[in-house]
Design a protein around this ligand. Structure first.
Ligand code: F0G
Length: 419
């Protein structure tokens, strides 16, 4: 075990070694469940912690106080590759030949990529019908995964993949799989690395199945126990208002970790109420359109360890924040922008102070979901109403509209010089 986090820097000069190059496995000492030579890598975790004055200003922070952890730079374009490299490694250790997941799109793209690059396993993915963006679906198809589209949503697909995996003995890589969370801890190690090993005040992350938030809490708790950090940052988990189970349970009903003694009846009552009232997750941020987060209990533990809070943001707030992230030159998919929208909300509430150091996690690449982006920036009102209006988005204050011009040199020149 390293004596200090700085010891990991020794790996930077050994980038020819794939396990030092990997932003997951260079921290192997902190997730040592497999011998390092058996750890699967496709070059995941080459991600950046970027400052953004524009987004800081938008959120209400001092310009130098915001960092965006850009996980869209991963090989499959989302943070999932961190966890997949670990789960895939474990799958190999136990001799799996097929691996399955239910997905809102990114887990499936990641699994499909690991299977096709390594040729070690066959990917079997379950998706809800009409619930996955084209960017993500196209990845699974291109990478050759067996793609099973279920008549239902993510939660239906999740329930089925568990049954099918059990019946057929297929290795399950959803974040119920604890090795996924081990890999996702490394996102926080890289955040610390990007900050010169200093601990920020806040980590803000979108919440869907709650794998990230659970993993982040575990990462900081362990580093603290190991004496590698002297304090733990606060955690803010941001739900979409249309998929706000965690927000409801924690902030409205006071559900807590309670030393692992989950108040299962309270959760059960909430789920029954959702079913009785026909409430189904509904948000443009399709990646986090989830009713029953599988890592609920572990997330409650993370909230306890990190003195965490949960908030919900509307699709309007998400898309406006996404446009700001895009304008800052990074770009992300809608679900990712929930972190920035959530930070803005918490700053307006006075929970986050303007001079605190805040890291928002951008979980997925801008190109994952072009439909929402084009509808937001476009001038086609019908398309706007169809894609966004149906989700309660009424305006696009940060739209950057394309200029329509005749195929005529003079007219085009006028547009370009701004007349
Ligand atoms: N952001 C993106 C881009 C995601 O794809 C997901 C989850 C989340 C946030 C939520 O993360 O589950 O750790 O709270 N996507 C899963 C999938 C559900 O199937 O790709 P979480």
């Amino acid at each position: 075990m390293p004596g200090s986090l700085r010891d990991f820097e020794a790996k930077w000069s050994r980038r020819h070694d794939p396990h030092c190059f990997s932003g997951v496995w260079r921290f192997h000492d902190l997730l040592p469940f497999a011998p390092v030579e058996q750890c699967t890598t496709v070059g995941e975790g080459q991600t950046l912690l970027l400052p953004s004055e524009g987004v800081a200003e938008y959120a209400g922070l001092r310009p130098d106080r915001l960092r965006l952890q850009y996980e869209g730079m991963n090989p499959s374009g989302s943070f999932k590759d961190n966890g997949m490299s670990a789960a895939f490694t474990h799958a190999r250790m136990v001799g799996a030949t097929r691996a399955a997941c239910a997905s809102t799109g990114n887990t499936s793209a990641s699994l499909a990529l690991y299977c096709s690059v390594t040729r070690l396993m066959k990917a079997v993915i379950f998706i809800g019908s009409g619930k996955i963006s084209y960017g993500k679906l196209s990845q699974a198809l291109d990478y050759g995964a067996l793609t099973v589209q279920i008549d239902g949503d993510f939660d239906d697909a999740m329930a089925r993949v568990k049954e099918v995996s059990k019946q057929l003995g297929i290795y399950l890589v959803n974040s119920v799989n604890p090795f996924r969370l081990e890999g996702q801890k490394t996102i926080m190690y890289r955040v610390l690395e990007g900050l010169g090993w200093e601990v920020p005040d806040w980590i803000v992350v979108p919440g869907g199945n709650l794998g990230n938030s659970s993993a982040f809490g575990k990462a900081f708790h362990e580093l603290h126990e190991l004496g590698l950090i002297d304090r733990i940052p606060r955690l803010a988990v941001i739900n979409a208002a249309g998929a706000n189970t965690l927000y409801q349970l924690v902030e409205k009903q006071g559900l807590r970790w309670n030393d692992g003694k989950l108040d299962a009846p309270a959760v059960g009552r909430y789920y029954d109420k959702m079913d009785a009232e026909g409430i189904r997750a509904d948000t443009l941020a399709s990646a986090i359109e989830i009713n029953r987060p599988v890592n609920l209990n572990k997330c409650l533990r993370a909230l306890q360890w990190c003195d965490g809070v949960v908030r919900e943001v509307t699709d309007q707030q998400i898309l406006d924040a996404k446009a700001q992230v895009g304008a800052s030159g990074i770009g992300c998919e809608p679900a990712s922008a929930a972190s920035v929208a959530g930070a803005k909300l918490l700053i307006s509430e006075g929970v986050i102070e303007p001079d605190q150091r805040v890291v928002c996690i951008l979980t997925g690449h801008q190109l994952k979901d072009p439909t929402a982006t084009v509808a937001y920036h476009g001038s086609d009102r019908e398309q706007f109403d169809k894609v966004l209006g149906s989700r309660g988005v009424t305006e696009a204050p940060f739209a950057n509209r394309a200029v329509v011009v005749a195929n005529d040199l003079d007219e085009i020149v006028k547009v370009v010089v701004g007349k």
